[in-house]
Write a new protein. Sequence first.
Length: 55
Amino acid sequence: MERLTRRSPSGKALLNRAMFPEYAEETLNREVSAFGPFSQVLERLCEFEDSGAEQ
């Protein structure tokens, strides 16, 4: 299963660029950081995907 999120080397949850090829990675990162609640949702989605990968 392809993930929507990934972790940066520092552990920050980021959108997986491969899942959104029409957007530049810089654009995705800027949009997430500009809206605080979206960052929280992204973190939870990443945690959910991480827990699914362990099973």
